[in-house]
Write a protein that binds this ligand. Structure first.
Ligand code: NOJ
Length: 552
């Protein structure tokens, strides 16, 4: 399929390309390995550009490819303006951007501004320097409590479950909201601000079209002389009052970045990864700020018509109010893949919460209904691809890959697993390298094995096995993305009255999207069936199935 954006001129001219784009997330270490070291690389991505073009996506978002000790899968960045030598070189990066642009695919890079790696030269300089020095002022260092300062400045817990303050040899402590190898930057420091402007320009000058901003709600902190306890922090409910997250001052940084984005034609885009309440999201997505923000509401929802309807209506209203377009996503490198989440029996009324618990318990109990999970995942995705706004896809979901739950402990990599033994299975199960071929070394991921073990079932889920196979998940995604380009018009939808287990909406141009969340088949509306996520029963739409219908 030829992308409608397949000319340099169109890439330059269209400043609104992001509003209804389909963005495909590549987790570089697990996408394709060209040099045979078991780790995906930029040459691997270059070799798969025809695949990405054939899929019909508008952009790729690359998770971090920077030099990193991999304390957190690359989100511990040692150098923001280079490529990890295991992944490639800057020249290869340029080659990759050129190849993707040549295929009409834009490139979004992941920027990690809340924290660096402890290997970052600035953190090393901070460790070597005195307390109170300018080098330490780029991070958040404090003296400890108690007579000898041996107690941390506060009892806070990091996102990975360990204490959030770590002591350095001279007795001071530094803050890390994630792993101890990820010291938090001090965003009151002008060096930090200037360095990130430099990074944004560095990648924009190399042709990057936009940025995904990691932990966008975390950068600015309100740390007074005496710090509140974890219990006191946990009790704060007033929006904007939390000392660590989602502070209003963070938007000054994004207003500043907006000026950098607007130095380019078309302006560089940005999408905030900000886990904030739905009403706080528009500020991140405002035109004066980052422009767009992830909306994780569907990802956190059950396969349930009413939940979907409310989430869709609320988010379209919110994005209309902020002038942005909303984003939809079901899977990414941090969560249990949706084909598996939807495979779990609900417990306490929620499949999602159960999915997380299932992962925590080792992914063996209760037994998942994989067939049902995939059927629902395909239906949910086809619904999402019919919605106005941008759709974010995660590598491998187009193959219907399940979460790989039984990775042996010795082969796991995610710090979340090691730091919470027996409590958290971590995120390796959604980061297992992609299967490209039915057989052979690492199912075609690379010539010499893969850095995480792939299950035998990956062979029949491979690109080779699904390519051209009628009804395969890959062919469903290809068909949906091609049609989406053709059908996409104004960013509006109209709900059509339907039974309570069914969602039915119409987009301009006579495009109807109908999803049956229930178990009993329901009559299809009149019109031409363009595509369905599963077999139809005559003119009936079976349970856990979506159909796209054209009425004019
Ligand atoms: C969000 C990223 O998606 C996740 O993978 C990472 O662990 C944290 N931010 C910290 O950077």
């Amino acid at each position: 399929m030829t992308s409608t954006l397949n000319t340099d001129q169109l890439l330059v001219d269209d400043a609104t390309w992001w509003r209804q784009a389909t963005v495909y997330q590549i987790y570089p270490r697990s996408f394709a390995d060209a040099n045979g070291d078991g780790i995906g690389d930029l040459r691997g991505i270059i070799s798969r550009v025809p695949y990405l073009q054939g899929l019909g996506i508008d952009a790729v978002w690359l998770s971090p490819f920077y030099p990193s000790a991999l304390a957190d899968g690359g989100y511990d960045v040692a150098d923001y303006r280079d490529v990890d030598p295991r992944i490639g070189t800057l020249d290869e990066f340029d080659e990759m951007v050129e190849a993707l642009h040549g295929a009409g695919i834009r490139v979004i890079a992941d920027i990690v501004p809340n924290h660096s790696s402890d290997d970052h030269v600035w953190f090393q300089e901070a460790l070597a320097a005195e307390p109170g020095s300018p080098e330490r002022a780029r991070y958040i260092f404090r003296d400890g409590l108690g007579a000898d300062g041996s107690e941390p400045p506060a009892d806070w817990t990091s996102m990975f479950g360990e204490p959030a303050w770590t002591r350095v040899p001279d007795g001071q402590w530094y803050l890390h909201l994630f792993a101890k190898e990820q010291p938090d930057f001090n965003w009151d420091n002008e060096d930090v601000r200037e360095d990130f402007r430099k990074t944004l320009r560095f990648w924009s000058d190399r042709g990057v079209d936009g940025f995904r901003i990691d932990v966008a709600h975390g950068l600015t902190k309100e740390l007074g002389e005496s710090l509140p306890s974890q219990a006191e922090i946990d009790a704060i409910t007033e929006p904007g009052a939390h000392p660590l997250w989602d502070r209003d001052e963070v938007h000054e940084i994004y207003a500043d970045w907006r000026k950098v984005f607007d130095e380019y034609t078309p302006p560089r885009i940005a999408v905030a990864e900000a886990w904030v309440s739905t009403p706080r999201r528009p500020k991140y997505a405002s035109a004066e700020g980052l422009g767009q923000a992830f909306n994780f509401d569907l990802l956190e929802a059950d396969f349930d018509a009413e939940q979907f309807r409310t989430i869709i209506a609320d988010n379209l209203a919110l994005s209309a109010a902020s002038g942005s377009s909303t984003t939809w996503v079901f899977s990414n490198h941090d969560v249990v893949r949706h084909a598996t989440r939807y495979a779990l029996p609900p417990r306490n009324g929620s499949t999602v919460k159960q999915g997380l618990k299932w992962l925590l318990s080792g992914g063996t109990k209760p037994v998942a209904d994989a067939e049902l999970g995939l059927r629902r995942a395909r239906a949910a995705t086809l619904l999402m691809l019919g919605l106005p706004g941008s759709a974010y896809l995660y590598q491998g979901e187009e193959l219907g890959l399940p979460e790989v739950a039984d990775i042996p402990a010795a082969e796991r990599q995610d710090p979340a697993f090691f730091r919470n033994p027996g409590v958290d299975m971590g995120r390796d199960g959604c980061r297992v390298p992609l299967p490209w071929t039915r057989a052979g070394s690492s199912f075609g991921f690379g010539p010499d094995g893969a850095h995480l073990p792939q299950p035998a079932s990956f062979g029949e889920l491979s690109v080779e096995a699904q390519d051209g196979a009628p009804g395969s998940t890959l062919e469903l995604y290809r068909a949906a993305l091609a049609l989406r380009h053709e059908l996409q018009a104004a960013e509006t939808l109209e709900w059509v009255r339907s039974p309570s287990d069914v969602l039915h909406f119409a987009r301009p141009g006579g495009w109807h999207v109908v999803t049956n969340f229930g178990t009993d088949a329901v009559p299809l509306p009149d019109g031409e069936v363009l595509l369905a996520s599963g077999p139809l029963a005559g003119n009936l739409l079976p349970g856990a199935t979506t159909a796209w219908i054209r009425t004019v």
